[in-house]
Ligand binder design. Structure first.
Ligand SMILES: [Zn+2]
Length: 302
């Protein structure tokens, strides 16, 4: 028996190795050549960039009068906020004027302190401030300014609109819209080319369908997602938004009869399948989260 011959040290080494393997996300596994941290300029724009830290990403905009940054994406990465500030400094010597939190989830906004220390004004939806105040994480400073329905930031010739469009992924999300560039930044509600997963934990299914329909009515051409699009970190299109809407509608339709007939939680979650999406990235891991969320909806009314 090999197992009985393992020394404590060898066992620990194997345990550490398996942790490293399990920490590899499907998206990262497809792109082993990409560095952990990367800044990319969005093609065809004057100053729109994507900062990516492993499997999370954010948009920042460089203008002649300063920088508008979004989402520190530094959860579990104590130096991640500073790494993002440093990445911006490699692109421009202009000051970081604003940091916008897309919503209150730590995986996207922990690490804001580095931006605050750099002099940025932090802005978020008012509900995000309430939630962050309850949670009290010292690495995630409360916003200096809050947004109710909408707010427009104008800086150095760039216009960025912050829009609260109701409940969808979380109750605190601002959609960010660059009307001149026809770009939107939407986090977690509209994954690009992949099946949603853990984001379902704080997700309003029916409201999200309406949200995506409303987003489709807006005048934009490219969507920057909060996680790299599949494949190859691509940006999203209206077709991707339409595809995600149809995925949610299919999930809802699949679970509805199971939920209403009393099969939630265990039986309903086991029977739930989305065969059409079985080949999409994230299906294996995401299915259980989708099933549970829709069981909550149709089995409990939540
Ligand atoms: Zn989230």
């Amino acid at each position: 028996m090999l197992r009985t011959h393992l020394t404590g040290l060898a066992a620990a080494t194997i345990a550490a190795a398996s942790v490293a393997i399990s920490a590899t996300t499907p998206a990262a596994a497809q792109q082993p050549q990409r560095p952990a941290i990367e800044t990319t300029k969005v093609e065809g724009t004057e100053g729109v960039y994507i900062f990516r830290n492993q499997n999370h990403q954010a948009m920042f905009i460089v203008t002649k009068d300063g920088v508008i940054a979004t989402d520190p994406v530094a959860y579990g990465r104590p130096t991640g906020g500073q790494a993002y500030v440093d990445a911006i400094k490699k692109v421009t010597d202009k000051p970081i004027k604003y940091l916008i939190y897309s919503h209150h989830h730590y995986d996207h906004i922990q690490g804001g302190k580095a931006f605050k220390d750099a002099g940025a004004t932090i802005i978020a939806h008012k509900r995000a401030k309430e939630r962050l105040a309850q949670l009290g994480d010292p690495n995630t400073p409360l916003p200096d300014q809050t947004v109710g329905k909408s707010k427009t930031i104008k800086l150095g010739g760039t216009t960025l609109e912050l829009k609260y469009m109701g409940l969808h992924h979380s109750d605190s999300q601002l959609l960010m819209y660059l009307p001149k560039e026809k770009i939107i930044f939407v986090v977690d509600t509209i994954p690009v080319g992949s099946v949603p997963g853990r984001g379902m934990i704080d997700f309003y299914p029916l409201e999200s369908e309406q949200f995506i329909k409303n987003v489709l009515q807006m005048d934009w051409e490219r969507l920057i997602p909060g996680h790299p699009g599949a494949p190859n970190g691509r940006l999203g299109t209206k077709q991707d938004a339409q595809d995600q809407l149809e995925l949610l509608q299919a999930a809802s339709a699949e679970m509805k009869p199971l939920g209403l007939s009393g099969k939630c939680w265990d039986e309903g979650e086991k029977e739930f399948k989305l065969a059409k999406y079985a080949s999409w990235p994230g299906y294996q891991n995401g299915l259980q989260f989708i099933a549970r969320r829709y069981c909550g909806l149709w089995g409990r009314g939540t």
